[in-house]
Each structure stands twice: as C-alpha cells, then as structure tokens.
Design a protein around this ligand. Structure first.
Ligand SMILES: NC(=O)c1ccc[n+]([C@@H]2O[C@H](COP(=O)([O-])OP(=O)(O)OC[C@H]3O[C@@H](n4cnc5c(N)ncnc54)[C@H](OP(=O)(O)O)[C@@H]3O)[C@@H](O)[C@H]2O)c1
Length: 268
C-alpha cells in the first residue's frame, strides 16, 4: 500500500531508542524526511547511525528535552529553518513509572507530568499552527493501554495516559477543520530499554515467583500470562500503526485511541 507520505517532514520525539527509533525507521522507509530528538546527544548519534545502516537514509537529529518549552521552541525553529515545514508529529518521548498513589513520591509524579504531559503540550502548541497554515497535518501521541484499563501497580503512568487520551480527543476536534488528524496509540507490553529499566525491577519486587529469574524468562512468562497473543509486542509493530495513522490513507480515523496490546488489558 502506498501511504502517500513520501517527502512529508516527520518530527519524532524520544526517538533515540525503542518505539521512537523504530517509528523513525518506519517513516524513513516510507520516504518521509525524518527528524529525531532525545536528550542525550551520544544516543542520538548512535540512532542516526543505526537508521543509516538499516535504510541507507540520513535523518536530522536534535538534542532536546521536550518537557522544556524553550528547548522545543529552539528545535522547532531549527527544523523550520532547515526543512521549511512539519507535516507529522509523533509525541513518543516518555518512560514508565511504577507505583500507586500511596507509595509514589511527589517527585515521581512531577517528572512524569513533565515528560508525558508538558512534552505533548509544548510540541502541539508550537507545531499545530504550522500544520494549520499548511492545511495538512498528522499527530500521533504514544499512550498506554493503561489509559483505558488502569492498573494500580502503574497509577502514575496510567493516570497520565488517560490524560493523553483525553487531550488527543480534544486536539482532534480542535484541528479537524484544518485537515489535521490526531490519534493516540494505547500501547501494551513492548520489549524496550524502558521496560527493562523501569518495569522489570517492579515485577521482581511484586512477584516473588519471578524475582530470581533471568530477564528473558520473565518477559516470556509475562507475555504468555498477560497477553492473549502470548507474547510481548515489537517496537516495529507500534511504528507501523503510527505510519498508517499519519498517512494519506487515513483521513477518517481521528480522536481515537488505537489499542495495540495483543488483546491485553494489563501487562504486569
Ligand atoms: N515499552 C512499553 O511497553 C510501553 C508501554 C506503554 C507506553 N509506552 C510509551 O511509549 C513511549 C516510548 O517508550 P519506549 O519503551 O520505547 O522507551 P525507551 O526505549 O526508553 O525510549 C524513550 C525515548 O524517549 C527519550 N526521552 C525520554 N525523556 C525525554 C525528554 N524529556 N525529552 C526528549 N526525549 C526524551 C529517550 O532518550 P533520552 O533518555 O536520551 O532523552 C528515548 O529516546 C513512551 O512514551 C512510553 O511511555 C511504552
């Protein structure tokens, strides 16, 4: 299927690893001109190299903490100077934070609100007007299946994912008259560095039966237990959904949360 996004300019946040990196590769393979960002310059350089190796294409890369308005403003200005427009925005920067209301520390909430909510507000505030002017735009916000089916082991991540879903719907209604489509993806368990660093320690704490097992064994067992399809997802499986949602083929799905969780309503 020709997705019709050749030469579209796509800005993907948090794309130096995991789902964001796969999403960047998927857009490059569709012929889009891709710009990635993340906070760590070395990781970005590695990601650029990997994309070049896998696809032969160069992508733009800017170090940017998307939770900081002034840094996003500077990056958007740089992109406009170099590429003249932004057609596609993928709000992917983020991480998971395990914990319930009682055990979470105030600083855990603050850092998650910063990266999950302010990042999205900052990019949309600055980039939606550019899309409006061009009367074409596509936005995908990476959310979690927990935004629909909350799990008390992940209250912070899931409460904020519900907010992302709500913001996405609101944004889609606001922008629909300008030919701008906005959707969220409710992601289930996908094997990434984020999962290994932020989720596996919590699984080991809360599941005595898994506490002493290797990462590989835990991931396999959780995939079988929690997911009707019997396994964790792959980053590219999320990336390809993002590509379709942002394509010319999609002019009618907007304001939706696409569940991409192998049928699961929880993942730990
Ligand atoms: N994997 C899952 O199972 C799962 C499930 C549900 C939802 N999600 C969501 O999917 C998204 C991607 O997750 P992932 O698993 O692929 O994580 P990952 O591999 O850890 O990648 C996260 C990316 O975000 C960047 N990042 C983090 N904070 C940032 C900030 N303030 N500004 C700019 N970039 C930032 C990281 O680079 P730097 O550290 O260098 O900044 C990295 O490139 C996240 O929003 C996550 O919450 C994932």
């Amino acid at each position: 299927m020709d997705l019709g996004i050749k030469d579209k300019v796509a800005f993907i946040t948090g794309a130096s690893s995991g789902i964001g990196l796969s999403t960047a590769e998927a857009f490059v393979k569709e012929g889009a001109r891709v710009i990635i960002c993340g906070r760590n310059q070395e990781k970005l350089e590695e990601a650029k190299k990997q994309i070049k190796q896998n696809t032969g294409a160069e992508v733009g890369a800017y170090a940017c903490d998307t939770s900081k308005f002034d840094q996003v403003e500077k990056t958007v200005n740089q992109i406009i100077k170099e590429y003249q427009k932004i057609d596609i925005l993928i709000n992917n920067a983020g991480k998971a934070q395990a914990g319930g209301v009682v055990d979470a520390k105030p600083e855990d909430w603050q850092s998650m609100i910063d990266v999950k909510i302010y990042s999205l507000i900052n990019t949309c505030k600055l980039i939606a007007p550019i899309m409006k002017k061009n009367k074409w735009g596509r936005i995908v916000n990476m959310s979690s299946i927990g935004g629909i089916y909350p799990n008390p082991k992940l209250t912070i991540s899931h409460g904020l994912s519900a907010a992302i879903n709500n913001l996405t719907r609101s944004l889609s209604l606001d922008l629909a008259p300008y030919n701008i489509i906005a959707n969220a993806i409710g992601i289930g368990a996908v094997r990434t560095k984020n999962w290994e660093e932020n989720m596996l320690p919590k699984v080991r704490q809360t599941r005595e039966d898994l506490a002493n097992l290797d990462d590989e064994v835990i991931i396999k067992q959780l995939g079988q237990e929690m997911t009707p399809v019997g396994r964790f997802g792959k980053p590219m499986e999320i990336a390809q959904i993002a590509c379709f949602l942002c394509s010319e083929c999609n002019g009618f799905v907007t304001g939706s949360v696409i569940e991409a969780s192998g049928g699961a309503d929880k993942f730990m």
